[in-house]
Write a protein that binds this ligand. Sequence first.
Ligand code: URA
Length: 240
Amino acid sequence: MIEIKKLRIDKILSSMGIGSRKEVKKYIKNGLVKINGEIIQDPGFLLNPHMQEIVFQGEEIRYQQFRYYMLNKPAGVISATEDKHDRTVIDLLAPQERQDLFPVGRLDKDTEGLLLLTNDGKLTHNLLSPKKRIPKTYFAKVQGQVTKEDQIAFEIGVVLEDGYQTLPAQLDILSSGDISKVEITIYEGKYHQIKRMFLSRGQKVLYLQRLSMGNLKLDENLATGDYRPLTQEEIEKIIV
Ligand code: URA
């Protein structure tokens, strides 16, 4: 049984991506919204969206308390909800979809790939909790050769420049040469962790892309910079 307190109709509609709070207020005042078959014109009208039927311009609106999006983060944007200087991952969303969303953790400005955006604080907390040891897999291009010794060092745990010893991580060497290609799975999320792990081995990461987080994989058909809602199946995979 979902327990939910009563919410304002304007808040519900804007959180469902119908429009900004201001636009939604106008729609309501103009009589475009029906609740249980009756037009209501008060934007502050309180209702339980799981118990009462909401219709906007003839279409039923199914309320979802939590929303989940997969973003294929491009380089050059920061993982925050707002910033004075840089574009953020939230700026990549259509304005009506931004409401309440925040990124689950951070990818560096120059890192690409899977970033989950949601308004579900509890899930975010669980996914980021060090106790849960959620695996995160990255593809990286590294300057110079990556060797079996690096693989063993990561498996044992390396000591970063600040003295922190990392948890065991798996390193798959896809190719080794002037620029090596690897996949690496870590179970924690320290600041610049992968770059610093390679630095501890005297190597520089040239490119970094997150491929997965827990059981959630980056959709290969999602172009860099694009996003889409998670499917029900994906939501179930990510709930921890
Ligand atoms: N490790 C890094 O160094 N950067 C990221 O963005 C993610 C993991």
